[in-house]
Every structure is written in C-alpha cells, then in structure tokens.
Design a protein around this ligand. Structure first.
Ligand SMILES: Nc1ncnc2c1ncn2[C@@H]1O[C@H](COP(=O)(O)OP(=O)(O)O)[C@@H](O)[C@H]1O
Ligand SMILES: [Mg+2]
Length: 349
C-alpha cells in the first residue's frame, strides 16, 4: 500500500490543487471603486472539475483573469488572503514566475478563439511557440509534441492541418486548437472561460465531451466558467455559484441540482429547459445584476429576490455550511418555503 492510501482510499478528501481565499478584484472607475469580485473563496481539488456559474457581469471572467495574473492594473487591483496553487501562494510570485506558470502549469481557454489565435501565423507555429516558451524542446521536438496535442483534441489529419491558418478552420476546430495549445505544456489546471458560448449547439456538445474526456484521461483539474448551468451538469464535480462579485452557493453538482438552496440558484436552474416541468416556469429571474455604482448594502440579490425580508436588505449574509460540502449565503435558507412558495407562485401565475 502506498503512502497515499493510508488514510483510507476513497474516503480521503482529494488534495487541493488551487485554494482561493478571500479574492478581491476592484476597479478604479470614473464612478468610484467597483468591487467586481468581492471576497470569494473556493477550491479546485486535484484531478477534479469545478464549475463557476453566474449571469453575465457577475465577475466570472474577472475571477479567471485574477487567477491567471492577467487583470490590467490600473484600473484593476487584485488582492486576497492567499491563492495557493501547487503549494505556492501566487501572490508571492515574481512577474517572471507568474508568466512561466501561465500557459505552463496553469492555462486558459477563452470564449472566442479568433481573438486569441494570431491570424497571420499557422496554427502549428503558434502551438510550437507556446511549447517553446515553457520548455527547452528543440523546434523538431516541439513540432512533434504539437502534432500529438492536435491529435489529442481530435483534429483529423493533424500533421497536415499543422500548416493551416486559423481562418481555414471552423469555429469548433479553432476552439480545439486553443485547447490543444492550452494542453501542450501539460497543465495541472485548465481554466475554460465560456469555451463553447460562441459555438452552435452541436459543436458545443462535442467540445464539452472533449473537455470531459481530456480531464479524465489526463487527470488534470478543470475550472469551467459558464453562464449556463445546463452546460456543466454532466461535466463537473462541484459548482460555485456567483452573483454580483460574491459566492452565493457552493455544492457538489448533484446536491446543487437536486436541492438548490439559494433563490438565485433556483432561478438559474429554472432557466434550463430540461429538468422537471415544475421548475420550468421560474425561467427568468426578474431584474438585473446591480450596477457598479449601485451595490445594495445587504444581500446583493435582495432587490431581485422574491423572499427577501428587511434583514436581507440590511445585512450581507455570510456563506455558511448546511452540510456535506453544501454552502449557501442566504438568510432565508434552508427554508422549505423557498421552493414551495416558488412553486405556489408558479401555479398562481
Ligand atoms: N477593466 C475593467 N475595468 C472596469 N470594470 C471592469 C473591467 N473588467 C471587468 N469589469 C467589470 O467587472 C464586472 C464583472 O465582469 P466579468 O467578470 O467580465 O463578468 P462575467 O461574469 O460576465 O464574466 C462587470 O461589471 C465588468 O464591467
Ligand atoms: Mg465572462
């Protein structure tokens, strides 16, 4: 029995690859300080996948850019109690070490591959450059590796496609190329920010299937970011739900789908067409994410929440554990009445 098995195999909690503690990313704007990400904490265990979910404007991309060290400063300021990755606090790293990490141990796939691929170079050359920036491989070795990763992401006739330009490829293939580039240096963490949003539905499903397959085969961790809960149901182990710069709920994926606790999560689930018919008509959450200049003092969701009472409007609710890794930031949870009232309203509507 190896050392790793001593604590009892499956029952041992997985090792944490990334531990984010109290991350704050603020922007200096003409209208004052905007707290785009305001004290969020979450973990990504090694070899697991975590979904970061919330409507557009909630701070998901700012979170991923903060982790990658890519927030423009000014106007941005990133701070945290700690961001531990592979045992090192990213906040303590030099700019040089941070750059080495990016595209190396920690890499990222963005929503729109056309903006990340250089139109004037072949895809092969771009992957080779990414590899050589992080290793001392020769040009020849790097080319071999580039073809390997193109095969890994299932680009047909990879060796021939090596000399293609991005505009010769379909949107789905370009996204595969971006994934190949991200994987070329064997990252332990892949951050995928809305990787399928720009693609049509069939291609979306293929890319998600590819990500799941790669995550399992390579044993890497994936942080997948999306505004669409439906996208990640089959893909992730855990879900972190964000609203207006805060984490409002965190849970293992099944607990989140079967027993959502935050009214915002319930609303998000309602916008997924499948699920049970019961939730279907909660489809839209009325109102909008609060504007930077107008953050509520209490719970940030209170102005849109059908269950908010005076305390919700006055005091921000802390994130607290309800059990089994399920955490929620809501004064009203756990309340049977949240879901039953919601269903009553639906019936009355
Ligand atoms: N460079 C910036 N300067 C000012 N505000 C920014 C900047 N980047 C992002 N924001 C603001 O931060 C908020 C969160 O944005 P973002 O993380 O992109 O949301 P999303 O959840 O859709 O990915 C938005 O209100 C956005 O306007
Ligand atoms: Mg975004």
């Amino acid at each position: 029995m190896s050392n790793n098995d001593r604590s009892g195999g499956a029952s041992a909690p997985p090792e944490k690859l990334l531990e984010v503690r109290n991350l704050r990313t603020w922007f200096d704007t003409d209208r004052g300080l905007f707290r785009a990400v305001d004290g969020i904490s979450f973990d990504v265990p090694r070899g697991r996948s975590v979904g970061l979910v919330g409507e557009s404007g909630c701070g998901k991309s700012v979170t991923s850019l903060s982790l990658m060290g890519l927030v423009p400063s000014p106007p941005g300021q990133v701070s945290a109690d700690s961001i531990m990755f592979e045992g090192r606090n990213l906040l303590d790293l030099s700019a040089h070490d941070r750059r080495q990490l990016r595209g190396g141990r920690m890499s990222m796939v963005f929503q729109e591959p056309m903006t990340s691929l250089n139109p004037v170079h072949t895809i092969g050359r771009q992957i080779v450059e990414a590899i050589r920036a992080h290793s001392d491989m020769s040009a020849e070795q790097a080319k071999k590796r580039a073809i390997e990763v193109l095969e890994l992401v299932k680009i047909p006739s990879a060796a021939q496609r090596f000399d293609d330009y991005p505009h010769n490829m379909s949107g789905g293939q370009r996204q595969r190329v971006m994934i190949a580039m991200a994987l070329a240096c064997e990252p332990s963490l892949l951050i995928a920010d809305e990787p399928t949003t720009a693609l049509d539905v069939t291609i979306q499903a293929q890319i998600l299937e590819l990500l799941r397959d790669l995550q399992q085969r390579l044993g890497m961790s994936v942080l997948i970011i999306t505004h669409d809960l439906g996208v990640i149901a089959e893909l992730v182990d855990e879900v972190v739900v964000m609203y207006a710069g805060k984490v409002v709920e965190k849970a293992p994926v099944h607990a989140l789908f079967d027993d959502p606790q935050h009214p915002y999560t319930i609303g998000l689930l309602g916008s997924i067409p499948r699920l049970d018919v019961e939730r279907e008509r909660l489809a839209t959450i009325e109102g909008m994410v609060p504007s930077p200049a107008n953050q509520p003092v209490g719970c940030r969701f209170a102005p849109r929440c059908p269950f908010a009472d005076s305390r919700c409007h006055a005091e921000p609710p802390p994130l607290r554990e309800l059990g089994a890794g399920h955490e929620v930031a809501c004064w009203r949870a756990p309340v049977e009445t949240i879901s039953s009232v919601a269903i009553d309203r639906r019936v009355a509507a």
